[in-house]
Ligand binder design. Structure first.
Ligand code: SF4
Length: 374
């Protein structure tokens, strides 16, 4: 592994709209590049402009915590940050990759977020996160912490082919159990499932059954992207080694989409399998509102719940205007509670959506949401 140290000028990534997958308005990358080198990782794609050879070169943002401290300090900000989880992880480098053992940037970031009382949502594939259980517990006492692990399945043998440098799923599951025992909310990102390998009904069912057994708080599901260029070329080497017979099936579902998405028929079929299994095992398919309804600004709570409703309906093969309404609300600066009598002037908000929004503003929840989330 070749480590390069750099100085960052800014760290906090601000999303234009709250991210309803992670319940986060802000994210940060402490490392660029990832020694975990998962075979399917789209961080390898030319689109993300990660310098060097992905998996072999990692850039460490040495001053990340000092820069973040300045960005979070309310006395030094002209515009106040809106409350949400701050996402630690994801992007193009796992915050708990091996370099973290030396640099401890994630640990120091956690301490900073706890001092400033910012809730944190960690997403990782590494059991190294357990080192920081003390700080995560402290963070969880007031603002609230979520620790999520990503999986492509719970099968150790398949994982060893596609995720050769991370602890096997069985170890990740053991770590999750210890976090759950410590009272920390834990999520599983079943993302990506690998086409025709870990996306079969049997594999998805086995994964969700395991998730239920360790009492995960939610499972977020997603498919694999495969972008032409470095990402696809690297993935193909492993596919050809272990599953050469699948190459024609991959050509059928990945057809030159600029973002590497598979065709919509494929998405529909795996979403239906996931939806069925999640309902069978009664596992939330989005982060449950109880974990954020006391944290978010009212408009953000409405946006998240509307986007979740849109997703639940999509999983049932139905369309809705909730996503459109959520987007329009994200453009407003005015609190929705000050415009209760003119909600239908917002694009995408009809009478039904108006009633849902009013109920959320009144009670921080929605009875329609509760029905669809079951
Ligand atoms: S852990 Fe995440 S960022 Fe790192 S290589 Fe794997 S998929 Fe990519």
């Amino acid at each position: 592994m070749i480590i390069r140290e750099t100085k960052a000028r800014s760290i906090l990534l601000k999303h234009k709209k709250i991210d309803s997958w992670f319940i986060s308005r802000y994210g940060l990358n402490l490392y660029r590049g990832c020694a975990h080198n998962c075979i399917y990782c789209d961080g390898r794609s030319e689109r993300y402009r990660v310098n060097g050879t992905f998996g072999e070169h990692v850039t460490v943002k040495r001053n990340a915590v000092e820069v973040l401290a300045g960005e979070l300090d309310p006395n030094r900000r002209r515009v106040k940050l809106k409350p949400s989880y701050i996402m630690l992880g994801g992007g193009v480098g796992d915050s708990y990759q091996p370099a973290e053992q030396t640099y401890k940037l994630a640990r120091r970031t956690l301490q900073l977020l706890t001092d400033y009382k910012w809730p944190v949502h960690i997403l990782t594939k590494s059991t190294l996160v357990e080192r920081d259980l003390d700080l995560i517990k402290e963070n969880n006492r007031q603002p609230g912490a979520i620790v999520s692990f990503s999986f492509s399945s719970v099968n150790d043998e398949i994982s060893s082919r596609f995720e050769p440098h991370v602890p096997p799923p069985s170890e990740r599951l053991n770590t999750m159990t210890r976090f759950k025992d410590a009272g920390i909310a834990c999520g599983m990102f079943l993302l990506p499932v690998i086409p025709f390998i870990t996306d079969t009904p049997e594999m998805i069912t086995e994964t969700l059954q395991t998730a239920q057994e360790i009492d995960v708080d939610f499972v977020i599901f997603g498919s694999m992207t495969l972008k032409e260029g470095r990402q696809k070329a690297y993935f193909d080497t492993v596919l050809k080694t272990y599953y050469p017979e699948l190459a024609p099936k991959y050509s059928e579902i990945y057809r030159d989409d600029a973002w590497g998405h598979a065709i919509s028929e494929y998405h529909r079929s795996i979403n239906a399998v996931f939806n069925q299994a999640a309902r069978t095992y009664k596992i939330p398919r989005r982060i449950p509102p109880a974990l954020y309804q006391d944290i978010l600004w009212e408009n953000d709570l409405v946006i998240v719940l509307l986007e979740h409703l849109d997703y639940f309906l999509q999983l049932e093969g139905k369309r809705s205007s909730f996503g459109y309404a959520a987007y329009a609300i994200s453009k407003l600066n005015q609190p929705l509670s000050t415009m209760k009598d003119k909600l239908t002037t917002i694009k995408g908000v009809g009478e039904k959506t108006e009633q849902i929004i009013l109920e959320i503003l009144e009670t921080d929840s929605s009875s329609y949401y509760k029905t669809l989330a079951r």
